[in-house]
Design a protein around this ligand. Structure first.
Ligand code: FES
Length: 128
């Protein structure tokens, strides 16, 4: 049975934003979902805004389902230019809302995106 994806999900799946790698990234987060086998990498470049550190640039690479790719694309758009504090608060509901909904059995795919972003930030903080 075909899943009922929103138009916004399909746009982000067919034409993902910020897809690729950042060479010399300041932080890299990698997560996998052991159940479905999907894997996602998030790369960040860090900049400054006043005294706060912000996500200056962000890219992703995802081997995964339609929802995994669409949620990766969306989280990069939501996180770009944000402080770490704000970026770390982006959750599955925010991603689903920005995508105009996700089928309930696909909500777990957006966990992958928010976890990968958190790990990329942690990786940066660990390297410092
Ligand atoms: Fe694996 Fe969507 S089915 S992340």
């Amino acid at each position: 049975m075909a899943l009922d994806y929103s138009k916004k999900v399909m746009q982000n799946f067919m034409h993902p934003k910020n897809m690729g790698e950042i060479k010399n990234a300041d932080g890299i987060g990698k997560v996998g979902n052991p159940t479905c086998g999907d894997i996602m990498w998030v790369y960040i470049k860090v900049g400054k805004k006043g005294k706060s550190e912000i996500i200056k640039d962000i890219k992703f690479k995802t081997f995964g389902c339609t929802a995994a790719i669409a949620t990766s694309s969306m989280i990069t758009q939501l996180a770009k230019g944000k402080t770490f504090e704000k970026a770390q608060k982006i959750n599955t509901k925010d991603i689903a809302k920005s995508l105009k909904g996700l089928p309930s059995i696909k909500m777990h795919c957006s966990n992958l995106a928010s976890d990968a972003l958190k790990k990329a930030i942690e990786d940066y903080q660990y390297r410092k």
